[in-house]
Ligand binder design. Structure first.
Ligand SMILES: [Fe+2]
Ligand SMILES: [Fe+2]
Length: 283
């Protein structure tokens, strides 16, 4: 099975005046007054959709931050952007912290990109794709699964035998393989989630987003570490002078596990296989 993984597309549309309340005001100031919106580009975003379609995946998996401040206009634009993928390929998505700025945006995400739940399983190609949604409206952008979600995750993993690809927005480990550290903008029960995962040998691969500069690391497990992959932001502008561009990954999954990883990088016009192989270019 071939899974295309996109994340952190960050479609941006300025909020209407009526939408400038609570947390979104801080997000909009960051984005439009402090210039963060120059980090993402419509050229990358439309090339991303074209490139993913060319890969002919068996499944498109999105790990969130499709929008920047979860405005009505952003949800509409992001839904239109990915519509050609959703109409041609099986698609699953979980929200990122940017998609759940307000309570109403939680429902809007589900209407725009499909159902979401703390723990949801999508069976495909002999695998269980386990989608873990830890994002909630929160001033500090903290994510959590919570006790009920952790119990649900454990029961889900105990209830099957197929190999598991687990998708989550926030990293469980940083790029050095250490615990992912900040007290905000992180999943506060990441350690508890990992403690559940490592008890189940059928968990073969963890994928996430949130960190816009992608990386591959491992979750330690006795003699059998779990690969952990973040492709990097799929909507990043092409800024080679800053060693920054958009990426996505393709995973080849067979009965034994992850057999190959391809990573594609945006060269300013189109996505091309990363020079030297996945995560070898330093980009
Ligand atoms: Fe993001
Ligand atoms: Fe994020």
């Amino acid at each position: 099975m071939r899974v295309a993984h996109i994340t952190d597309v960050h479609v941006e549309r300025a909020p209407g005046v009526g939408e400038l309340f609570n947390k979104r005001l801080a997000g909009a100031v960051n984005l439009y007054l402090l210039g963060r919106h120059q980090h993402f580009s419509p050229a990358s975003q439309s090339a991303l959709v074209k490139a993913v379609a060319e890969v002919q995946p068996d499944l498109v998996l999105c790990t969130g931050d499709l929008t920047a401040t979860a405005t009505t206009a952003e949800f509409a634009a992001a839904a239109a952007l990915v519509a050609p993928l959703r109409s041609r390929f099986p698609w699953v998505a979980i929200p990122g912290n940017h998609d759940v700025y307000t309570d109403e945006s939680v429902g809007r995400f589900a209407r725009s990109f499909g159902p979401t739940a703390p723990v949801r399983v999508h069976a495909a190609g002999g695998w269980d794709v386990v989608l873990v949604d830890v994002c909630h409206p929160d001033w500090l952008s903290r994510g959590w699964l919570g006790d009920a979600g952790l119990a649900d995750l454990e029961a889900t993993l105990a209830g099957g035998t197929a190999p598991v690809l687990l998708a989550i927005h926030y990293p469980l480990r940083d790029r050095r393989g250490e615990r992912y550290g900040p007290s905000t903008r992180a999943c506060i029960d990441a350690e508890a989630i990992e403690a559940v995962l490592v008890r189940f040998p059928r968990v073969r691969l963890v994928v996430h987003g949130h960190e816009h500069h992608g990386y591959r690391t491992e979750l330690p497990r006795d003699g059998d570490p779990i690969a952990s992959i973040d492709p990097g932001a799929g909507g990043y502008a092409h800024l080679p002078e800053r060693k920054r561009t958009a990426h996505f990954c393709v995973y080849e999954l067979d009965g034994n596990g992850l057999s190959a990883v391809e990573r594609y990088a945006f060269d300013g016009e189109r996505f091309v296989p990363e020079v030297g192989g996945a995560f070898q270019s330093g980009g």
